[in-house]
Write a protein that binds this ligand. Structure first.
Ligand SMILES: COc1cccc(COC(=O)c2cn[nH]c2)c1
Length: 239
């Protein structure tokens, strides 16, 4: 996968050189190219923003630098066009399904907006996905791009050591992850649930499913709506 990121703060994306995403780059699974939007400005002050039509607070990112940047970046390869992603509070809520979909794309381009946003005509012309990572406003799309890219990268083949951990992900079955434990068996007087040390793998799977269902019912009942559950699950949910 190739990911191009357009931003006025390229340094903000340095963390992508670390850890999981950094390793994926070393293995050639992922190539990340960061671009400074100001490279496509033409004035001496390298202006990327201007006052909003209609008035109101803050500034809006001008269309010309974005159009020049995206035209050049996407012209890289003749017959293929990247999927252009714009992180924004006004976007579609980002979910694991969305991460799985993006992980199948060969080429992503992230547009990091700042100020009050990017001129709508750029979004109209270029954006394939407007994605929200949550109902809050950040100062720019860089942090959201780090979040989206991390969720996507960990799904790429060979990136996570134990590929099984992707299959067991939270949300992979649409439920929240239940509690996890490791040594010591007793810590501060609290014992690890004995079933987990029983070696009875069927009982362990049942216990984990029950914990995930109960936690989901408590914290995220919305994830349980419009879903059919087997009798065994219904018993847990009714408890
Ligand atoms: C493109 O226009 C804008 C405008 C304002 C802020 C941003 C950055 O994204 C977020 O704030 C965000 C993304 N998901 N949840 C919050 C982009």
């Amino acid at each position: 996968m190739r990911a191009d990121i357009v931003t006025i703060f390229p340094a903000y994306l340095e963390p992508l050189r670390l850890s999981l995403v950094g390793r994926a780059q070393e293995h050639g699974t992922l190539q990340i190219h960061t671009h400074d939007l100001r490279m496509w400005t033409t004035d001496v002050h390298r202006t990327v923003d201007d006052a909003p039509y209609g008035g109101g607070p803050g500034m809006v990112m001008r269309p010309e630098p974005w159009d020049a940047a995206l035209s050049q970046i996407t012209a890289r390869v003749a017959d293929s066009r990247p999927r252009v992603v714009v992180p924004t509070p006004a976007g579609t809520p980002f979910t694991q399904r969305h991460a799985e979909e993006l992980a199948r794309e060969p080429w992503l381009v992230f547009c990091c907006g700042r100020y009050e946003g990017i001129d709508a005509r750029v979004i109209e012309t270029w954006a394939d996905d407007e994605i929200s990572i949550g109902d809050y406003v950040l100062a720019g799309g860089e942090a959201a791009t780090l979040v989206i890219l991390e969720a996507v990268t960990r799904l790429l083949p060979g990136v996570l050591g134990n590929s099984a951990s992707v299959a067991d992900d939270s949300f992979s079955d649409g439920l929240l992850e239940g509690p996890v434990y490791t040594r010591p068996p007793v810590w501060r007087g609290t014992e690890v649930p004995p079933v987990l040390r029983s070696g009875d793998h069927e009982a362990i799977a049942r216990w984990r499913r029950s914990q995930a269902l109960r936690r989901t019912l408590l914290r995220r009942p919305d994830l349980l709506e419009h879903r059919e559950f087997a009798e065994a699950d219904r018993v847990v949910l009714a408890a």
